[in-house]
Unconditional design. Structure first.
Length: 571
């Protein structure tokens, strides 16, 4: 195979959804060199293990494999590498397919499972035994690790390494027949116990596991190891390029060894790219699963998780995630992306498309004393300040309103341009209520504990927005909701779920303040029309999404996707 090209690239068609830049990408350079004159022969695959939900790091691999195939007019398979029934479940299979479709990719009729090939893989194992390239080993897992050696010292050969092919075949067939208990024997490739690459030191390729498989039931009690099954599945499916993360670079010689030993006509080429790493996020399935099982999060789709389903529930769109992945790019160099870049992608995507509404997260009551008690009017307000095509809506206005508590300050500094009472010699400043009138604060009402409970204000009826008023100007505009028709909502605000500061086992320390729940929020009536996963901008508070799991007919729960401006600070 040709050497890997790291520089350059060639324009070859246009990318599909979330397509990768067609120039300056080492994957493009390698593929165009390998497939000169026949780029439409490109065959890639996305091969998830169904032992958890996809996360944003998985989405990078999805994006690369499907987009490159589409760009070159090739094909990308979806194949579940379901070789470990102990950790796999059909729930994960279904969630992975749903997430890939939601991201905008289509495997058409090319859905495969490693378990589709179990019989072939078993036959290939017998071929290796007959060639003297595999043997049945009775060492325990602990003993295998002990015999393997270290990075600086070679391993030792198993005492069972020189069994005859006939004896190995007999034992392997009896393993398949279920004669032996779990972990009592393994089938190992016979390669080189002195290899500087530990992966080549007679790796285990089959183990005994009396476990029910989600696809094959109880038909099998011996299962292939991933490092053995994966390259052979690629070869069977005639994959041309196995594109995978950098952690598999040391496994590449083993990948090639199996394919060469079994003399496949199509020999896939493995090329590695850097994993996606985002500061203060957790992507390892083992850690994600532990958080789910320990009840630290609300399932795999918790909006604080960077699983695809969690990001979707939080309000991210497929376009935002694909845009983020494109901005990160593809390289071989390991690096850490700042979390704020992910938030930026969401804001850029939602800014032109999310309807802007008024919602008050921390309500403070306002009574407009000179507004008639029995009067209610409906004001016309645009749905988006920069997109007239999104239309307008009618918002009710009445004597009693609610505003954000932090839009009022009793003893305000000079540059506070929101609501505040007057001071001796200084009249109360006016502010505009969004889409409505100018008001000023005349009196502050406090409860028995000295807390501000209510503001008494007055309005100028000649200052209604949209009425052609062109008189005096104000420096501040605040949002509001009518007390008479306000819709109660719950808002959930998020911070990073973990800090990756290395101060805890695994390097992750859970953030105790990763979620703030605000139960007594109020929104304008139009918010009641929102459907699950609808995305809205709550004026000056951020972009929010109606939670698809917690919202009921009598309770609307909104997850904040991102604030309007980044407030993220890496600890």
């Amino acid at each position: 195979m040709p050497d890997e090209r790291v520089n350059g690239g060639h324009e070859t068609g246009s990318p599909g959804p979330g397509g990768i830049s067609a120039t300056g990408n080492f994957l493009h350079a390698a593929i165009t060199e390998d497939l000169k004159g026949g780029l439409d022969r490109l065959r890639t695959r996305f091969p998830p293990e169904p032992n958890g939900y996809l996360h944003i790091g998985s989405a990078k691999a999805v994006n690369i494999n499907f987009s490159l195939a589409k760009m070159y007019g090739g094909k990308c398979n979806l194949r579940f590498d379901d070789t470990n029934p102990v950790k796999e479940d059909v729930e994960y299979v279904n969630s992975i397919m749903e997430d890939i479709r939601w991201l905008g990719y289509d495997w058409e009729d090319r859905l495969y499972y490693a378990s589709d090939y179990f019989e072939q893989l078993y036959e290939y194992a017998e071929t290796l035994i007959k060639k003297g390239r595999a043997f049945v080993c009775d060492l325990s897992a602990e003993e295998v690790r002990e015999y393997r050696g270290t990075l600086s010292a070679p391993g030792r050969e198993s005492p069972y390494r020189n069994r005859s092919a006939e004896e190995n075949l007999d034992l392997f067939r009896r393993m398949r027949a279920g004669e032996f208990p779990d972990a009592s024997r393994t089938l190992r490739a016979k390669i080189d116990m002195a290899s500087p690459n530990i992966n080549m030191r007679d790796p285990v390729i089959y183990r005994i596991a009396h476990a029910t498989h989600h696809n094959t039931g109880d038909k099998w009690c011996v299962y292939p190891m991933y490092d053995y099954a994966h390259p052979l599945e690629d070869a069977i499916e005639r994959i041309t390029h196995s594109l995978c993360s950098i952690e598999f670079e040391d496994h590449r010689p083993l990948y090639d060894w199996f394919i060469n030993e079994l003399d496949f006509e199509v020999k896939p080429r493995q090329i590695e790219f850097a994993k996606l790493r985002i500061a203060n996020t957790i992507m390892g399935k083992r850690y994600l699963r532990a958080m789910v099982e320990n009840g630290d999060v609300d399932g795999w789709d918790d909006p604080r998780m960077v699983t695809i389903s969690g990001l979707r529930r939080r309000g991210y769109t497929p376009e935002a995630l694909r845009g983020f992945l494109d901005s990160v790019g593809v390289s071989k160099a390991d690096s850490v992306v700042d979390y704020s870049l992910l938030e930026y992608a969401a804001r850029e995507d939602l800014k032109p498309r999310a309807r802007v509404v008024m919602a008050v997260l921390d309500p403070l009551k306002v009574v407009i004393t000179n507004y008639p008690e029995d009067k209610e009017e409906f004001l016309t307000i645009e749905n988006h300040p920069e997109n007239a095509e999104m239309g307008e809506r009618q918002v009710p206005f009445s004597r009693e309103l609610y505003i954000e508590r932090d839009d009022f300050m009793e003893n305000a500094p000079a540059k506070f341009f929101r609501l505040t009472p007057g001071r001796p010699g200084v009249p109360a400043p006016e502010v505009r209520l969004k889409g409505a009138y100018f008001i000023k604060c005349d009196e502050v009402i406090k409860d028995g504990a000295g807390n501000i409970a209510e503001l008494r204000c007055s309005y100028d009826p000649e200052t209604r927005s949209g009425s052609g008023f062109a008189g005096r100007k104000v420096k501040g505009t605040i949002h509001w909701v009518s007390a008479r028709r306000a819709v109660p909502v719950t808002a959930r605000l998020f911070d990073v779920l973990v800090f990756d500061d290395g101060s805890a086992p695994g390097g992750y320390r859970q953030n105790p303040n990763s979620m703030t729940v605000m139960e007594n929020c109020l929104a304008e009536p139009s918010v009641a029309e929102a459907a699950p996963e609808d995305r809205l901008q709550f004026m000056r508070s951020g972009y929010f999404c109606l939670d698809s799991k917690l919202s009921t007919k009598g309770r609307m729960v909104f997850n904040r996707t991102v604030p309007l401006k980044s407030s993220y600070k890496r600890e």
